[in-house]
Ligand binder design. Structure first.
Ligand code: WTA
Length: 658
């Protein structure tokens, strides 16, 4: 069950009520792809017709018979249609005037770069698709992918889609155990990984982690290894099981027929953190997903034929799936992919890439923008950013100061900013300005995309009035919506469609202002958002109690200047185990080993007892109050109110409360 918005969220809401509005420059509006405001009314009146018209932009092997079959909460879009995602993203462009246009620009860690035209990409994808076939991959087989941001990652996705083999990408920063869990849930037949990945000049030993995971993944028959770091991570292949990517493709044909997929065949499964239990496999299908991401990409990012478009996300997350690979390529757009970090070799790296390629559209995250703010304006000032026309953000609410900084120092007050709200589950952007039509307000994602209907409800399911906080729900199906949780349809129904029957429960708090603008207020459940990454309190708690010294743990997210939220853990140790700084460090490392570095707690606090209700539920709300230095909220339901006051005092004495 979700909690009502916290005091912190209410405070945030008040802060956001700041009233500045930025209308887009005339110069931008005149050239925008979408200029006629009637689009909203028309899509509202007949959203199926709106999406059906958008589906005409794709190439179909067989046209659909029915746009939508909606048996709440089960959706089927473009019923009866047949198509192939990769054919739409690559082949059709390779056989058009776009043949020699850059499809993928890859900027590697210093020194490396690569440009693949649509014609070249088609051949690379075909070679690897044939390599996968030679390893026995057929339509419907799941393929797990665990790589850094190398071109082979994008090629692997497209090769799987060409064969109709659902891919399941696991972010390269996840641990062996996280990888194993995802492989086993998806019952993947093949794993594609690398010898290593570059990270700020260091090597992440991917194959080493993969080998550890593979000790207990009975479904995996074959492993493909991309050579990226070579001698920096000596790698051994297990004969019969492991194959070098470059050796496989060297022998493979560059011709491969696309598999004709049903509109509702699975395109991919992507795991994300939920409130309880293990990560869930979010299932996206072929036609609706592709229509949704291509349409939103073209309209929201105002894509033009010669644009260089750069989304800075990692393909390990949904943002990379939808807005590095599928959306841009379906639109025949040049998409840029960057392997490294924003501060390597120096803090001007992003801006030097913008200048190097003449990037026109940049899509990044608030946590990155706050970091750039801290590094200072001299870094962007050194580079020519005049190619930029439009800026986007995604991943968490953007604080108005960061928005305004982005507007001034990156957009040079010329570029509209699209703050895009969406989720792994929604597949596509759901709330965002159309930049030629909607004036923006710093901190607001503005309005639902045409055809999308969103509402903010109170606990009883009543719509709240302007300015009041509540729960964000979506009340209409949309084409890129996830179709289920892989292997767990009950969880799909229970977690998303039962709180307000027939409505999709997002897990986010929001409010709508007098102008109908949506303001996102963060998660209302136990999902944390650390530097734009979704992590559940439950996963981190499980990792902590897995350590032999720990009796019990309660994990919360506390406000953090750069990351948005940081993980704080309250831990009780087993009898006789003395607390120490070394143990704190060991526990933090333990969590990183179990889940991945992104889940490493910022802060660990030892306490002899945790605040619990009479029914033994840990009251995380009070722990958040303590960690953020607030007065304690209602403590009347506690079994022993003395526990919490002692804890607060102790926390402040240790100087954590500032
Ligand atoms: C949050 C990432 C405010 C939100 C695409 C959501 C945002 C979660 C925004 C999904 C935004 C994403 N403003 N909050 N523009 N974009 N969020 O699944 O809490 O990794 O529920 O998808 O990120 O995270 P996910």
């Amino acid at each position: 069950m979700a909690n009502p918005p916290t005091k912190e969220q209410e405070r945030l809401a008040a802060l956001l009520q700041e009233g500045r509005t930025f209308s887009q420059p005339d110069e931008f509006r005149r050239q925008a792809n979408v200029r006629d405001p009637k689009i909203y009314d028309e899509a509202e009146r007949d959203f199926e017709a709106f999406w059906a018209a958008e589906a005409e932009h794709l190439d179909w092997f067989k046209r659909w018979d029915k746009t939508l079959e909606w048996n709440v909460p089960w959706a089927q879009w473009f019923v009866g249609g047949k198509l192939n995602a990769t054919y739409n993203c690559v082949d059709r462009h390779a056989h058009s005037a776009r043949r020699n246009k850059a499809a993928l620009i890859w900027e590697g860690e210093p020194g490396d770069s690569l440009v693949l035209t649509f014609g070249m990409l088609e051949k690379e994808v075909n070679r690897f698709a044939n390599a996968l076939k030679s390893l026995g991959v057929k339509k419907g087989d799941r393929v797990a992918i665990y790589l850094g941001m190398v071109p082979e990652l994008a090629i692997a996705l497209l090769a799987c889609a060409k064969l109709g083999a659902p891919h399941s990408v696991v972010f390269g920063g996840f641990s062996a155990e996280s990888l194993r869990e995802r492989i086993n849930d998806a019952k993947a037949k093949v794993l594609i990984t690398g010898d290593g990945a570059w990270r700020r000049g260091h090597v992440v030993p991917l194959k080493h982690h993969a080998d550890e995971a593979l000790r207990d993944t009975p479904s995996i028959e074959r492993v493909v290894v991309v050579q990226r770091v070579g001698a920096a991570a000596p790698t051994s292949l297990e004969p019969g099981r492991d194959f070098w990517w470059h050796e496989l493709v060297a022998q493979a044909s560059d011709q491969c027929e696309p598999e004709a997929m049903d509109a509702e065949d699975i395109l991919y499964v992507l795991y994300t953190s939920g409130t309880t239990g293990k990560p869930k496999g979010v299932v996206h299908t072929t036609a609706g997903y592709l229509v949704g991401v291509a349409t939103t990409h073209r309209m929201i990012f105002d894509i033009k034929e010669n644009d260089i478009y750069w989304c800075t996300a990692d393909i390990g997350w949904v943002t990379g799936h939808s807005y590095i690979v599928y959306g841009p390529l379906a639109n025949g757009c040049t998409t840029l992919m960057y392997e490294g970090s924003p501060d390597y070799p120096d803090r001007g790296r992003f801006w030097s890439i913008v200048a190097k390629y003449g990037v026109n559209v940049l899509y990044t995250a608030p946590t990155a923008i706050r970091t750039f703010m801290r590094w200072g304006t001299e870094w962007p000032a050194r580079h020519d950013l005049s190619s930029l026309r439009l800026l986007g953000t995604v991943g968490e609410p953007i604080n108005p100061e960061a928005w305004v900084w982005y507007h001034q120092h990156i957009g040079r007050e010329r570029c509209p900013i699209v703050d895009t709200w969406w989720q792994t589950e929604t597949g596509m952007i759901m709330i965002s300005p159309l930049p030629g039509l909607i004036a923006t307000k710093p901190g607001s994602a503005t309005k639902p995309f045409p055809g999308v209907r969103a509402e903010v409800l109170d606990a009883n399911g009543q719509k709240v009035g302007p300015g009041a906080g509540g729960y964000l729900v979506l009340t209409r199906p949309w084409p890129a919506m996830f179709r289920t949780i892989y292997g767990d349809p009950d969880r799909y129904v229970a977690q998303y469609w039962s709180r307000y029957p027939g409505k999709y429960f997002t897990g986010d708090g929001a409010k709508v202002d007098e102008d109908g603008y949506f303001w996102l207020l963060g998660r209302v459940d136990d999902v944390m958002n650390v530097a734009g990454h979704r992590i559940s309190t439950y996963e981190v708690e499980s990792a902590l109690v897995d350590h032999s010294a720990v009796a019990e743990a309660a994990v919360i997210a506390k406000a953090h200047e750069l990351k948005g939220q940081a993980i704080a853990a309250f831990v009780t140790l087993k009898d006789g185990i003395p607390p120490s700084e070394e143990l704190k460090a060991a526990l933090r490392q333990h969590v990183a080993n179990k889940i991945g570095a992104i889940a490493r707690p910022e802060e660990i606090f030892f306490t002899p007892e945790l605040p619990k209700t009479r029914s033994a539920k840990i009251m995380r709300r009070l722990l958040r109050d303590i960690a953020e230095g607030r007065l304690l909220g209602d403590t009347t339901t506690l079994a022993d109110p003395a526990v919490i006051s002692k804890l607060k005092q102790q926390y402040e004495e240790e100087g954590k409360g500032e």
